[in-house]
Design a protein around this ligand. Structure first.
Ligand SMILES: C[S@@+](CC[C@H](N)C(=O)[O-])C[C@H]1O[C@@H](n2cnc3c(N)ncnc32)[C@H](O)[C@@H]1O
Length: 290
């Protein structure tokens, strides 16, 4: 396992994923009843965009930095700016420390939660897990609510679903550094949905090999789970099989507001996040209510 998310934190793919996660949590937070977040591939939790790894790639410059600059310039369309506010407020709040910190999914989820909400973060890499524990597991307000587990995220699906709260979101965000990740996602989704049919499932995937992505979408559709939404953003021209040209999310049981919200958000973000200013957003149903 060589993947380190610090090289990619805050890049365009992270922005679309975290913008969607923030909308899902805003929806779950509307009811007082507690929810649970299971993040099967959690990463280090919080990243320093001025750190050596992030600076080596500079990927955040075309991602979160471009979005913050547009917000500062007042060029984000108002409806999108309103929907992005909880996410961007969290990012800006972290910068009050004087460091250019960026929230990974664990820090973002914790920041947007209420005291009654609970979290399970799985991370297999020892060093990343130690950082996650320190940066998020021991953060103020985390005590008794956050568990950082040295557990394989795929096994966590069977071990921890359904959650006691019977409401919540499962984020599946593997590094895609090994062959077979798309197939594992489909099998993982099927197993997770069998155990927790009312849960919200968010599966992130890279758009590199278009055939593999097509096959993945087809396989997900064949599961015939009701209410499966596909959200994708192209931020570069397709050049080669190993170049990331976009990223996607399969979202099962999305909040009923999410498809329209993501259209508004991604249509505003697409030109900002695309390398040639011509990004493209796609939001469509793979399966609708059954
Ligand atoms: C893409 S990163 C996660 C980013 C994070 N979800 C975020 O949005 O900030 C994937 C992480 O999964 C970890 N990982 C890889 N295989 C795993 C597995 N089978 N179970 C749990 N974690 C795994 C990697 O070490 C890496 O830190």
């Amino acid at each position: 396992m060589n993947y380190r998310h610090a090289f990619h934190a805050g890049n365009p793919a992270d922005v679309m994923k975290h913008a969607a996660l923030a909308r899902v949590l805003a929806y779950l937070g509307k009811k007082d009843a507690p929810y649970r977040v299971l993040d099967t591939h959690a990463g280090a939790g919080l990243y320093d965009l001025d750190g050596i790894n992030a600076r080596k790639t500079g990927e955040a410059d075309a991602g979160i930095e471009a979005v913050l600059a547009a917000q500062d310039a007042g060029t984000l369309p108002a409806p999108a700016a309103a929907l992005l506010a909880p996410y961007l407020d969290c990012v800006r709040g972290l910068r009050e420390s004087g460091r250019k910190l960026y929230p990974g999914s664990p820090a973002l989820a914790l920041a947007l939660s209420r005291p009654q909400d609970k979290f399970l973060f799985c991370e297999l890499n020892k060093e990343e897990r130690a950082k996650l524990e320190k940066r998020v597991g021991e953060a103020p307000g985390a005590e008794g609510r956050v568990k950082v587990l040295a557990q394989d995220g795929w096994q966590a699906i069977a071990a921890h679903l359904p959650p006691r709260e019977r409401r919540g979101v499962v984020l599946v965000d593997p590094p895609f550094e090994e062959p077979g990740e798309f197939q594992r996602m489909v099998a993982g989704l099927e197993a997770a949905h069998r155990r927790f049919a009312t849960g919200i499932f968010m599966l992130w995937y890279p758009i590199k090999d278009l055939r593999a992505v097509d096959a993945f979408r087809r396989d997900v559709a064949h599961l015939k789970l009701p209410k499966t939404l596909r959200v994708e953003l192209d931020f570069a021209q397709v050049r080669a099989l190993d170049t990331l040209s976009g990223s996607g999310l399969i979202i099962v049981n999305p909040p009923f507001t999410l498809a329209d919200e993501m259209k508004t958000v991604l249509n505003a973000l697409a030109p900002l996040l695309a390398r040639d200013g011509k990004g493209r957003a796609r939001v469509s149903w793979l399966t609708e209510a059954g």
